[in-house]
Design a protein around this ligand. Structure first.
Ligand code: AMP
Length: 299
């Protein structure tokens, strides 16, 4: 079952305590697609500028990634800069340059409209709404966002939240969106905004899945060294949605398993910059880590 994703395709500049990289390929849609294409076909909607080298995109995946919904516009690709600290859960955004995103109008190829799972990755909520308006009712809409949109584009964001089934936030975003200071009561407030499920990512501490009658916590896979946390959230989402698409079951039990796959895929992603660890990953390495994770968390 294929997944439609709309999100950013970017050149990222990332500073970490040990190393920095300038203009390396990134963006929410790319991290997501590369992760989810371990499980199923992914159809990308997005925009790049004429400076983006499409030939360098990793097309050689276990399942294909379609770029038929990708616009190439005259101008510069979206750029983002971030700085990390010794505590990998802490990040500052240094700059966000929308560039070709400013005038982007997503158009969805006809065959994309049959995608049963839709992932609205982190981009302007107005664009996420335009995508939802163009597709038939999918089986599941999964939404990601960030503080940039929560603080500056709240009313559009609330409209998308109302139309999603699963909302993915980190702990800070959960408190900001709900205007609460307790993560549990914040979660209940957010569920009242529309989604059936809320996933709260807690960086190196894992993630929790909340619904009106569920609470499930899954720790992160323990790593000796985190090199670059960029894309952890998007590759987590790729593992989560990819697993749901592959198994085609959307009950709570399967969502729990999908959450664990999200954690496992993200754990590989943060072991190097950009897509360096995700691209050579294979299903055997994934399953091996999944089994180790089961041992670590068996009770
Ligand atoms: P994550 O670390 O999972 O939060 O995702 C980081 C990725 O999101 C980077 O590759 C950025 O290019 C992209 N990104 C950061 N800010 C934005 C934004 N405001 N809109 C769209 N994409 C963004």
């Amino acid at each position: 079952m294929s997944i439609l994703v709309v999100g950013s395709i970017a050149y990222d500049t990332v500073e970490t305590p040990s190393r920095s990289v300038k203009d390396s390929p990134g963006g929410s849609a790319l991290y997501f697609s590369i992760a989810a294409s371990f499980f199923t076909q992914v159809n990308v909607v997005g925009v790049v500028g004429s400076d983006f080298d499409l030939k360098k995109l990793p097309l050689n995946r276990p399942f294909s990634i379609s770029f038929d919904g990708l616009d190439v516009e005259e101008g510069k690709t979206f750029r983002w800069g971030g700085r990390y600290y010794e505590d990998p859960n802490k990040r500052d955004t240094l700059f966000t340059l929308l560039n070709v995103f400013e005038n982007f109008k997503p158009t969805i190829p006809d065959y994309y409209k049959r995608s049963q799972l839709v992932f609205l990755a982190n981009i302007a909520p107005a664009l996420q709404l335009q995508v939802l308006d163009q597709i038939d009712k999918p089986r599941l809409v999964i939404l990601d966002t960030m503080n940039f949109w929560i603080n500056g584009y709240r009313s559009d964001l609330l409209k998308v939240i109302q139309r999603c089934d699963v909302l993915i936030l980190n702990d800070e975003e959960t408190l900001e969106l709900s205007e609460d200071d307790n993560i549990i009561t914040a979660g209940s407030k957010i569920l009242k905004m529309g989604p059936k499920y809320l996933i709260i990512k807690k960086g190196e501490h894992g993630a929790v899945l909340i619904s009106n009658n569920t609470y499930f916590a899954a720790p992160a896979f323990p790593l000796l060294k985190i090199i670059d946390p960029t894309g952890a959230g998007d590759s987590f989402a790729g593992g989560f949605v990819g697993y749901l698409a592959k198994t085609r079951k959307y009950d709570v039990e399967n969502m729990r398993k999908a959450l664990v796959y999200g954690n496992i895929v993200a754990s590989f992603n943060v072991e190097d910059f950009s897509f360096k660890k995700l691209i050579p990953l294979n299903p055997e390495k994934l399953e091996k880590r999944y089994k180790q994770y089961r041992n670590f968390t068996r009770y």
